[in-house]
Design a protein. Structure first.
Length: 95
């Protein structure tokens, strides 16, 4: 909001500030964390075998308003060499 105001001519700033403050929801949209942050959150929820299931991953993604699905996130983690698929909907972290 401050950037928009700074780039607005001085005579129009007050009017723009008033309109923007009425629409603060435009600026308060929750941002989903990056895939790296999401993978770290999943790692923290592993069980004693250092593994995690699809339900847990889906729960984390839902709570963080992420657009990814569990399989997509964990496939990325597989490609990065962080996890190994040990079954349908189950992954084990290698670290």
């Amino acid at each position: 909001m401050e950037v928009a105001l700074a780039n607005t001519p001085e005579p129009l700033r007050d009017a723009l500030r008033e309109k923007l403050s009425k629409n603060e929801l435009l600026f308060d949209q929750p941002q989903a964390p990056s895939p790296h942050v999401l993978i770290d959150l999943v790692r923290r929820r592993c069980d004693e075998d250092n593994s995690v299931g699809r339900v847990t991953v889906d729960s984390i993604l839902s709570s963080k308003h992420a657009d990814m699905d569990a399989d997509g996130l964990m496939e990325r983690a597989e490609q990065e060499g962080l996890v190994l698929r040990i079954g349908d909907g189950r992954w084990q972290f290698l670290e």
